[in-house]
Write a protein that binds this ligand. Structure first.
Ligand code: KIV
Ligand code: ZN
Length: 498
């Protein structure tokens, strides 16, 4: 039987403290609900004493979320703990996380204090919090750089004072995996009462080791792990939820499981990224745009024969439709044939050879080979056959005018137009397209990327549109980003309307 690993998500606390990632209360509730659907066990909802806004958000999250426990952060200070307890009064299950720095760096230079005084403050804070809530999590800040013997003394003392979970953070991302695993094992072997509490770890990614350290901690006895969606968090971030969840799922021989519904990972990732204005790096493990894109000819050939040759995660397991084969100068005949088949084009062997020659010449000078290019290479023009085409677009916006757009489309050869208002020219124009098409479509992902740097630059728009439970990818590029956005939307629409 697999052993359960409890997921403590701190996207809304450690993640949200990153500059530029701040959310308002409504957005925080939205994220908390997505975390609940994802199946996290505990949500760290904020640091209530830090601001009235943070306090209110915690209150709202407690009202909105029913399944996970709600945890809030406090320093080892009575007022912090009082405010933390008040913020949790609507929680079905509330937890206070309190703690203090235990490394000599923190003791000597942050607190200008000594080990005995810090130990006493840790015990007082734990006792105080335990009088206010059933669940008390104690963190030893900078445990990664704390001397193991002293760390064990603090942990033992706070367990006696009533802590129910012990959190061991590698606050500065300093440890190597073996070192961190040894620290966890040391605590298990040297602390009285450690088996009666939950042992948790909280790793930072300063040296790119957060996931490895978390995994090693699990192998050595940690049963709760602190994570964030997309690995966001202070400085280089925290352990990424999606990475550890997929490792434990994919490598079942390790003998661990989580309660995460991994098919919701991609959705959660994109939602957090767009609400927090924090793009996911394209090569990010599990959720990056390129994580399931294959571009070299050898890889594409293998993938088309059997996915498992180059894919260890099934994209469907994280809620993605499928992998993608990116056509580049390194792609082979098989990849081109595959893309042509997706576009419903069948060529004879001779035609395919000619198309492949043309494709290679184009791929040498052009980075993004689009469906339109492929159609042209194969002697078809996408614009002539796409069921929906843009015929006319005019968007009016600026100061003192009401933003409006007028769009005319050719749908199956028939001209149809609409005029709509919106909260910006892109919004108004896309509303026009939606009105004309008349189907329920939701934009799930929307990226505008400049190719170069100047304001005369070409904007590339990547979009994912949800229709009837499936997602469709759209792409377009133009110097006019409103036009590029509309074309990307139409490009996605044409994938399901055929
Ligand atoms: O990194 C850290 O030490 C923390 C604690 C507050 C858990 O975020
Ligand atoms: Zn942290």
């Amino acid at each position: 039987m697999a052993e359960r690993i409890y997921i403590f998500d701190t996207t809304l606390r450690d993640g949200e403290q990153v500059p530029g990632c701040q959310l308002n209360s409504i957005e925080k509730v939205q994220v908390a609900k997505v975390l609940e659907e994802l199946g996290v066990d505990i949500i760290e909802a904020g640091f209530p004493v830090s601001s009235p806004g943070d306090f209110n958000s915690v209150v709202e999250i407690c009202k909105a979320v029913t399944e996970p426990s709600i945890c809030v952060l406090s320093r080892a200070v009575q007022n912090d703990i009082d405010v933390a307890a008040q913020s949790l009064k609507h929680a079905r299950r509330g937890r206070i996380q309190t703690g203090i720095g235990t490394s000599d760096y923190h003791i000597k230079y942050k607190f200008l204090s000594n080990r005995e005084d810090i130990l006493e403050r840790a015990v007082m804070a734990t006792r105080y919090a335990r009088n206010l809530t059933e669940e008390v999590q104690f963190y030893c800040e900078d445990a990664g750089r704390t001397d193991n013997e002293y760390l064990a003394r603090v942990v033992e003392a706070v367990i006696k004072a009533g802590a129910t979970t012990i959190n061991i953070p590698d606050t500065t991302g300093y440890c190597t995996p073996l070192e961190f695993g040894d620290k966890i094992r040391y605590l298990r072997e040297h602390v009285d009462g450690i088996d009666k509490v939950m042992l948790s770890v909280h790793c930072h990614n300063d040296q790119g080791l957060a996931t490895a350290n978390t995994l090693q901690a699990i192998m050595n006895g940690a049963r709760q792990i602190d994570v964030t969606v997309n690995g966001i968090g202070e400085r280089a971030g925290n352990t990424a939820l999606e990475e550890i969840a997929m490792i434990l799922k994919g490598r079942s021989e390790l003998g661990f499981e989580t309660g995460i519904d991994t098919t919701r990972i991609y959705h959660a990732s994109r939602m957090v990224s767009s609400l927090m204005n924090m793009p996911v790096q394209p090569n990010k493990a599990v959720v990056g745009r390129n994580a399931f894109s294959h571009s070299s000819g050898i890889h594409q050939d293998g993938i088309l024969k059997m996915k498992e040759t180059y894919e260890i995660i099934d994209p469907k397991d994280i809620g993605l439709e499928d992998n993608s084969i990116i056509l580049t100068a390194r792609s082979g005949h098989a990849a081109l044939k595959h893309r042509l088949a997706e576009l419903n084009i069948e060529l004879t062997k001779e035609e395919l050879d000619i198309a492949y020659e043309k494709f290679l010449r184009l791929a040498d000078v052009k980075q993004d080979i689009t469906d339109e290019d492929i159609m042209k290479i194969a002697g078809r023009d996408l614009n002539d056959i796409a069921p929906v085409r843009l015929d006319y677009l005019k968007a009016v916006s600026g100061t003192g005018v009401q933003t409006r757009a007028h769009v005319r489309l050719i749908v199956d050869g028939e001209y149809k137009s609409a005029i709509m208002r919106g909260n910006g020219p892109v919004d108004a124009s896309i509303k026009c397209v939606k009105k004309i098409i008349g189907r329920k479509m939701l934009i799930r992902e929307f990226f505008i990327q400049a190719m170069d740097k100047g304001c005369d630059d070409i904007g590339k728009v990547h979009m994912q549109v949800e229709y009837n439970g499936s997602r469709y990818y759209g792409f377009a590029a133009d110097t006019d980003i409103v036009k590029a956005s509309v074309l990307a939307f139409i490009n996605a629409v044409n994938r399901f309307i055929k």
